[in-house]
Write a protein that binds this ligand. Structure first.
Ligand SMILES: Cc1ncc(C[n+]2csc(CCOP(=O)(O)OP(=O)(O)O)c2C)c(N)n1
Ligand code: SF4
Ligand SMILES: [Mg+2]
Length: 244
């Protein structure tokens, strides 16, 4: 991340909670778009969730989609605006619960869009309910005694679901700590580059703290992400990368 803020993002009106990763993700996307000279052409879609707050701070052409329909809205836009880079931005609830069919079929078809999925292991916007990504034992408003993984399933991992699909790029980064944030930016940059080469679905999942709904102060939330979340969600490139 650069010291100087990119022109395409302004956080004076940001509604993100302190310590939330959505703001970092939005800024990284803006930095990459500007550095690649794509900011004027980039079309983004956002979901009905905390990521929709980027409508206030991003200066891109942005369409707000119904909850869970963000990826498929981007796919439709790309079909009619073939020369524009198109990026879908949404959360784990959108991608892996209500929008799971869209997620699977986009991978199956290898649709030519960028997907940036912010995974905070919870439904952030609606008050912290359990998601398919919630960790075993994690307390949420709908699992107050901790998630029973035998009943509700292990945390959903996109690399498992996409293992048989030939998509352009698949990686997972984290939005905490300078080294991880720099690595996440490289992943986003790679997704943009491959997208501009029409290599199909370029998918980056970004682990993010949700201090508000995790009931943790921002620094403790960062520790929870690094110590607990990464046990279930390994960081790295899974398809189309440098096999790090
Ligand atoms: C069709 C429909 N179902 C449910 C909702 C309620 N809803 C809004 S956001 C959301 C979950 C958000 O979680 P996630 O996608 O992980 O995003 P986050 O806020 O955590 O970043 C839900 C269930 C809705 N707006 N529309
Ligand atoms: S509720 Fe969670 S995901 Fe939403 S803005 Fe606050 S910290 Fe971020
Ligand atoms: Mg979420």
């Amino acid at each position: 991340m650069k010291l100087k803020a990119p022109e395409r993002v302004t956080f004076n009106k940001s509604g993100f909670c302190p310590g939330c990763g959505h703001g970092v993700a939005g800024r990284l996307i803006a930095e990459v778009a500007e550095e690649m000279g794509l900011a004027d052409k980039l079309i983004t879609t956002v979901d009905v969730a905390c990521g929709s707050l980027h409508l206030e701070d991003w200066h891109f052409d942005t369409v707000m989609a119904a909850h869970g329909r963000t990826l498929v809205t981007a796919i439709g836009l790309k079909k009619v605006r073939k020369d524009n880079p198109v990026l879908a931005y949404y959360g784990d609830g959108a991608g892996y619960a209500i929008g799971m069919a869209e997620t699977i079929h986009a991978g199956l078809r290898n649709d030519n869009v960028i997907a940036i999925v912010v995974n905070n292991a919870i439904y952030g916007m609606t008050g912290g309910q359990m998601a398919p990504t919630t960790l075993p034992g994690q307390k949420t408003t709908s699992s107050p005694y901790g998630k029973d993984a035998a009943r509700f399933g292990k945390p959903f991992r996109i690399e498992d679901a996409y293992s048989g699909f030939d998509i352009g790029y698949l990686a997972r980064g984290a939005l905490v700590g300078a080294a991880n944030i720099n690595r996440a930016k490289k992943m986003i940059r790679k997704a943009f580059e491959k997208h501009m080469n029409n290599q199909g679905l370029c998918y980056v999942e970004l682990l993010s703290p949700c201090p508000t709904n995790w009931n943790l102060a921002p620094l403790k939330a960062k520790d929870f992400l690094l110590d607990e979340m990464t046990k279930h969600f390994p960081l790295g490139e899974f398809k189309g990368g440098d096999a790090k």
